[in-house]
Design a binder for this molecule. Structure first.
Ligand SMILES: Cc1ncc(COP(=O)(O)O)c(C=O)c1O
Length: 355
């Protein structure tokens, strides 16, 4: 008897790795572990733009990103033959930059942050200048393009087929695409699904004043339009020490070698799952650990940054206003409110009301 063909070869590495592996991390906790999560919105945004006739042969793709979205776009653009210009900032590490260059990407680095809106604003301003230089261009716009969240219908379908009903989705928030998109499609089956966003202080996304952040890849200096605040039930601001420890535990205990935003999602999802044993909890784990092997995965680096001086928190403190969440791991019941409503909540600093 001929041996059965298990599956046909994938058309490309993008097709082969665009969806996550679903991995059990606890009795009621499942990790959705991506090789590179941003491949999914990068591919989908270009698919949709092609379908709408907004992209033709030779159209230059312009985008601002300092991390994984740049790499996802670079991979898709290389395979489809689109020239790509990425506007980044010093957070693009040399290894990532070399990968982008090898994939044929032109990389522009903004070296100075804007006084208002930091590097994010400086990158967006430079993008506007580049638009004028490339008459035939397309800007995917991960921060505002609805095709970013819409790309995650595929993940919701995969989770539903594999797990049935999902009760709680936990994920890091940067553009808002992955948590917002996946939860929106899962809620078509379960409107009670609890959507938990994981940010880190100080970040403007959920109403804090912007500032320098130690954990990269989540948080933002501006509030991206793709963050639909009124969809979140709960928000966490995870501290760097807890995030880095959880990232290492994901590897040391589960042999899952992932980046720090995965550690942030795992930290919060595990905490929630232990307290709600009857809930089926899913954590989005966006990228692998290789980029962080000389930082998060090195004890000497952690010690030099002072992360080993004190034991990290094992549970968040609950706050009633984003301004009270600065420093360490904190959580807030967001109650599907708009950002304005959440900021007007009783208990805001300086109101004299109970916290
Ligand atoms: C490594 C990593 N994790 C998490 C996120 C946040 O995901 P999203 O932009 O879908 O909110 C990003 C965003 O760029 C990222 O690069």
């Amino acid at each position: 008897m001929p041996s059965p063909v298990l599956s046909a070869p994938s058309e490309s590495v993008v097709e082969a790795t665009v969806l996550p592996r679903l991995i059990r991390l606890g009795p009621n906790l499942c990790g959705a572990a991506f090789t590179l999560m941003k491949l999914l919105p990068a591919r989908f945004m270009l698919d949709r733009a092609e379908q709408r006739g907004e992209l033709g042969p030779g159209t230059t793709i312009l985008e601002t990103s300092s991390g994984t979205f740049a790499l996802g776009l670079a991979m898709v653009c290389r395979l489809r033959g689109y020239p790509l210009v990425i506007v980044g900032d010093p957070a693009i590490d040399p290894a990532l930059r070399r990968r982008l260059l090898e994939l044929g990407t032109r990389v522009e680095i903004c070296t100075e942050p804007s006084p208002e809106g930091g590097f994010q604003r400086a990158r967006l301003d430079r993008l506007e200048e580049l638009r004028a230089q490339y008459p035939d261009h397309y800007v995917p716009g991960q921060y505002h393009n609805p095709d970013n969240p819409h790309a995650y219908a595929a993940v919701a379908e995969q989770l539903t087929e594999s797990l049935g009903v999902v009760d709680c989705l936990v994920g890091p928030v940067g553009s808002g695409g992955s948590t917002g998109g996946t939860a929106a499609f899962l809620r078509l089956l379960n409107s009670d699904l609890r959507q938990i966003g994981v940010d880190t202080s100080p970040s403007a996304i959920f109403g804090q004043p912007d500032g320098p952040r130690t954990v990269r890849g989540l948080g933002n200096s501006l509030v991206p339009p793709n963050v639909r605040h009124a969809a979140y039930d709960e928000v966490h601001w995870a501290g760097a020490a807890e995030v880095f420890r959880a990232t290492r535990e994901l590897h040391a205990r589960h042999a899952l070698y992932m980046g720090p935003t995965s550690g942030a999602a795992f930290l919060v999802a595990r905490w929630y799952a232990e307290r709600h044993p009857d809930a089926q909890v899913v954590a989005l784990l966006p990228d692998e650990g290789h980029r962080y092997q000389d930082s998060v995965y090195r004890d000497e680096w952690l010690a030099a940054q002072g992360f080993t001086d004190e034991p990290p928190a094992t549970a968040p403190r609950t706050v009633t206003h984003p301004g009270l969440a600065l420093g360490g791991w904190a959580r807030m019941d967001w109650h599907r409110r708009s950002l304005d409503d959440a900021l007007r909540a009783p208990g805001a600093p300086g109101t004299g009301e109970p916290r």
